[in-house]
Structure formats: structure tokens, C-alpha cells
Design a protein. Sequence first.
Length: 410
Amino acid sequence: MRWRSALPWMFPRQGTGLWSHQGRAALGVAFAFVVPSLGQVQKYAGMWGTLFYALLVLGFWSVAHRFLRKAEALVPGRWAYGLALATGLVLLILFSVVYPIADAGIIGGGSDRDDALNLGVRELLRGRCPYHVTTYLGNPIAPLPGGLLLSLPFVVLGNSAYQNFFWLAIFFLVAREVLDDTRRALLLLWSLLLFSPVLLQQIVTGGDLPANSIAVLTFCWLLLRAPPGWRPVVALLLGLAWAWRVNFLLLIPLVYVLLDQRIGRRSALGLVGLASGVLVGVTLPFALHDPHGLSPFLMQNKFARFDGILAHASLLLPLGAGGYALVRARARADASALFRDGALILAFPIVSGLILATVQAGRLDLSLAEYGVSFLFFGALAAWARWVHAPSLEERIVFEEHRSAQVNGI
């Protein structure tokens, strides 16, 4: 019995159906994969197509645990890195073919997120404020200065759209460490590309949502894992990643609590203070330069449109999301909480926005769903880790036999 209590993460209490360990993990995977893609699926497949897509993904992952280990066995370990590289090359070829067409607006209307970063970085390199120019679609520059600085190397190489490939490779390496298996990391990457179409849409249109999310996830994870001497450097990079989109500031309480548990309150305050100082330091000069309002704050405030149906929605919803973040940060904080609770914290404002948008439109409006890419990688990694660490049927039988033998004194 003491053996079981020592490993609660490996042998949780078994339930049935959707409330079993695998069932809850399947719901988590389906939620993380489906919600960010709802807007894109609705755009091209309509309401019934969206419903079919959601049920298909949920149905698949509810039974996928039965053949996960068999799927892993089909991929030789020595081939995993080669297959990951081949996956990246296929994505690069797809990007080279589709990106010019999408960027011209021939398919799907394209995106100007890559153009915003390209223009903003070039203005910085010329020593000018980047927030006085507009993209080819007439939109102001939306990313905060930290996003511009992290995108700078890729703009110098030719296009900010290239950074998605870099950050996907980084996510693969992080997943390999978290899941402790290269093949599982590869299967997770394939699953994201197959079951979350918004990720492919972002890649081929040059959107920066995946890069932003993976950068924040990576630096948060590294801050918890890095040797003491490297933590200030990671905190500096995390501050730049936070200074990309304001919704990621919701993770600050969670990161502080996890650091407090791991390295103590004083060190945690120092590192979070350093990251927050970088965030303020790179953002404040531009805010002071433009007293009428920094365009990223205006562009990223997706709740202002709901003030008509919920008074002060642009204030109340961020405050509600912040309060939820504090609650999640204090609830059972452990190493796995970075991905699990991080996904829930980032999903809260997205789900709230989808509900309000639907109420406002009087019909199902999922246009804000693509911003769920912010929690896509957090949620997918959390649910996948929970799923793959669940014991197989054979392992549970062996454990039950061992427990019976202990109870019977054998």
C-alpha cells in the first residue's frame, strides 16, 4: 500500500468512462486541440462541420489510449529525430507553396501578423518608433516591443514568419524532456498538426501566435529547471516573451508560486521581479512616447467590444481572469501545474470571450477562438503527459495482484 501512495501520479484511482484517468486526459487533449481551431473550422465548414469536428476529435482521443503504446512501438527510437526533421521539411515546403498565395489574399484572406512584425522590427532598426506605421491591411502594429525584439533575428534573415519553425523545434525538444521519450514527442507534434488545423493555418500564413505561446512556455519551464546561474538570463528572456501579448501576464502569479515552492520566496521574488522589470522596461518608453495610447494595448483589448452587453467588460473580464489566475496558482501547485494550470488560466478569457461574442451576435460566433493558440501547447502537453503516464491494462493488473498479495500477507 505504501508503494501505491508513493506514486499517486502513476497509479491514480481508477474510474470508468470519461471520468477515468484516460477519460479525463482525453477530454483535456480534445479541449486543447479543438477550442483554438473552432473559428477556422466554422469559417470553412459551418456549424454542423464544427460540431462534427469536435465530436470526431473527442471520439478519437477517448479511445486513443488503447493503441498509444502500439503506435510508439511502430516508430523506432533511432528514427524519431529523423522523422521530426522530415516533418519540419514537409512543413517548410508547404509553407513555401501556400504562404505566397495566402499572403496575396487568394486563399483565406491571408494575415498581416507577419507584416506587423517585419515592419515593426525594421522601424526599430532604423531608430524609429514602430507604432506609427500600419500593415498592408491598414492595421496598426499589434505585438508589444518584446515580440519585436524576439522576432528581430528572423526578420534579419528575411521574414518573421520563419520563427514558427524554430519555436516548433524548441517545443519538440521540450516535449521530449517532459514526456521522457522522443517518440512520444513526435506523436504529440503530429497530433497537433493533424487535429488542430489552426496551427497549420498560422504556419502557412506566418502568424506569430504559435511562436509567442511556445516562447512563453519554454522560458517558464526553463526558469523552473535551469541551474541557478542561468536563471537570471532565462528570466530576462521570459520578460521579453511576456512583453509580446498582454494575456500572458496572467501567468505571473503561477510562475511565482512554482518558483517559491522550488527555490524559496526570496529567489522567486527576485526572478519574477527581473522578468517583470524587463517587461516594463521595454514597454514603458514606447507608452510614454505615444500618450494617446500604445497600439498593441488597443489592438489586444478584445473585450472592449462587449461593453454594450456587459458594463465595463474590458475591465471586468481581465480582472476576472486575473483572479482566476491567482486561484489556480494557489491550488495544488506542483511541477505539472505549469502546463495544466497555465492552460486553464490562458483559456479562461478565451472561453469567456466566445460566450460573450455568441450572446452579442445572437448566433454561434467563434471568431475569437484562434487566440486559444495561447493555451494550445500548454494544454496539449499537460494532457498528453497525464495520458501517457497512465498505467496500461497490463500494468494495472500487475499492480492489483501486488496489492492483493500485500493485503493477504503473501
